[in-house]
Design a protein around this ligand. Sequence first.
Ligand SMILES: [Zn+2]
Length: 256
Amino acid sequence: MSVTQLIDSHCHLDFEVFDNDRTEVLQRAIDNNISDIIIPGTERIFWDRVKLLCKGNPRLHACYGIHPYWLNRHKKQDIQALAEYIESNHAVALGECGLDFRPRQADKKTQMYFFEAQLATAENSRLPVVIHSVKATETVIQTIKKFKNLRGMIHSYSGSCEQAKQLIALNFLISVSAGITYDNAKKIRAVVKEIPLTSLLLETDAPDQPDKDNANSRNEPAFLINTLHALAKIRGVSPETIAAQTSINARTLFNI
Ligand SMILES: [Zn+2]
């Protein structure tokens, strides 16, 4: 089925796992109507590879950030370096940054330091911010509220409907990943049914989070079509409607 063009609002196409077949992955994305891909940088040593990848392809758009997951690989001076990097290199957003409160990511204090420092940097630079939030939505909301001029997206949203409404009121979009393709994902399916379409984005988070039909594979942007169809079914509207509006939302947020 052909649909209006789609934007993958969060994809780690720079990761090494794509090194052997990135050209083919991109071609399959194009064949599946993916017009643009947003690529978030996760740590300082990888910003250059994100930059190089996006430089050669107008469909690819770079963000630079410090991810909460690889905490022991970040240094405090990376914040200043990030402020300078986004100043001198074209970025469509700051990120990904955020909070991950799964037990193995125990050091909440250090995570909060990097998160708040990056929100301040995003505010100064007037860039939207890409936020990773796992088991931390309430703290993310309270932290965002400390700033006056933030906007951005919560990638692979996993919070409640009530929290989504608060985030939307704070100028954030809610990004939907392939979790909704799983029949047992009742909570997130109910949430994405309720949120206004004007506040939704679609993403793969590739190479992670494959959809139900590709559960045992490396995820890739072409698979976004499966999340699109799942969302259309949940909401009872056409895939074209979802594709058109989420693309407008992404183009507006990232100014692409
Ligand atoms: Zn990510």
